[in-house]
Design a protein around this ligand. Structure first.
Ligand code: ZN
Ligand code: ZN
Length: 340
């Protein structure tokens, strides 16, 4: 016998098959599911509605069923247009487990390597050239060829895990930001910049021009700021230029010519933290006059320094091992903090 809970079940099936969908698309699906259930059992009291509170109540009912499975039907605004996008997310996911049914372990390891290079990319550009993405295959202990890697990249783009720009640069899609956010936050805590306005991760948007100021905003969040508030920075209070386009970009627009050559050096594990890095830390300290200076900036420059050194010849082989284990990042960051 068809029951009202069948609306949720049908709806979830539709969501799973699509991966990620917009709010308006989700409303259409909800209505279709209600119609299907009513067609089977006309006396059932189920309905779909365009009223926000009814939609939210429906989402809550879905999550009551999903939460015991460590899943959540969650939304985020896409970084470009600010469109509300929904997907079912693994809430326990500090690993990239949700891709396991579609990709082999080697392909997931490759994806993880590409994500790492995107997160560690210079200048907060959060993107990676095609060439650099293919080069990541060399760092993996698998026999994946470049042409296989190319087809994995194509599939990741087709399934909405990565975006590929007109310039051929890869970046994280809304789906990745939504589904991988616990993974990104636990592995790249210093690179996960938060939008000053909506508090979600920013990988494309604008930054305040003041050095060391932490203000980052999505374009859509920035556009929605009342004119009065858009005149000066909420964090450092400096006046912002009248021409909004002169604010510093975050995302692909931030990459400069020739900056993309070197491979970002992967994270070190605690055991491998060397004296060399202690030196780095003390060098960093010289540039940091007070504790009030945001920690994020220090770490960012530390990453940049590591990159310079990582570009020296002969280091790539030693790095492979660590490269496969981004989850050690946290302990390294902690160990740095403890030493301070
Ligand atoms: Zn925002
Ligand atoms: Zn500022």
């Amino acid at each position: 016998m068809v029951a009202s809970s069948d609306v949720q079940r049908l709806f979830l099936q539709a969501v799973f098959s699509r991966g990620i969908l917009s709010y308006s698309h989700a409303l259409v699906l909800w209505k279709k599911c209600v119609d299907a259930v009513k067609a089977a059992n006309p006396v059932l009291d189920v309905r779909a509605s365009e009223r926000r509170e009814e939609w939210d109540a429906f989402v809550n009912r879905i999550n009551d069923a999903l939460n015991p499975l460590d899943l959540e039907f969650r939304h985020v605004l896409d970084e470009e247009a600010g469109k509300e996008m929904y997907a079912v997310v693994n809430t326990r996911g500090d690993e990239i487990a949700q891709m396991a049914t579609d990709y082999t372990p080697a392909e997931i390891a490759y994806f993880r390597a590409v994500v790492e290079q995107i997160m560690l990319a210079p200048n907060e550009c959060y993107s990676l050239s095609s060439l650099a993405a293919l080069r990541e295959v060399n760092a993996l202990k698998t026999n994946m060829t470049k042409s296989q890697a190319e087809s994995v990249l194509g599939s990741l783009v087709a399934r909405g895990w990565l975006l590929k720009s007109k310039r051929g640069r890869y970046s994280l899609s809304t789906r990745s930001l939504l589904e991988l956010s616990p993974y990104l936050k636990s592995n790249y805590p210093d690179e996960c910049l938060e939008c000053t306005i909506c508090m979600e991760i920013v990988t494309r948007g604008v930054a305040c021009n003041t050095p060391a100021c932490q203000t980052r905003m999505h374009q859509h969040c920035f556009r929605k700021l009342p004119a009065k508030q858009a005149r000066s920075c909420p964090t450092c209070q400096c006046d912002w230029p009248l021409d909004r386009r002169t604010l510093r970009p975050v995302g692909e627009a931030a990459i400069r010519d020739g900056q993309d050559e070197g491979r970002r050096r992967p994270r070190k594990s605690t055991a491998e933290v060397s004296d060399e890095e202690d030196e780095e830390d003390s060098r960093m300290d010289e540039h940091v006059p007070s504790q009030s200076q945001p920690r994020r900036r220090q770490t960012r420059s530390a990453v940049a320094m590591e990159v310079d050194e990582g570009e020296e010849e002969g280091q790539d082989d030693e790095e492979e091992e660590e490269f496969l284990q981004p989850s050690r990042t946290k302990s390294r960051t902690e160990s740095r903090r403890q030493r301070r």
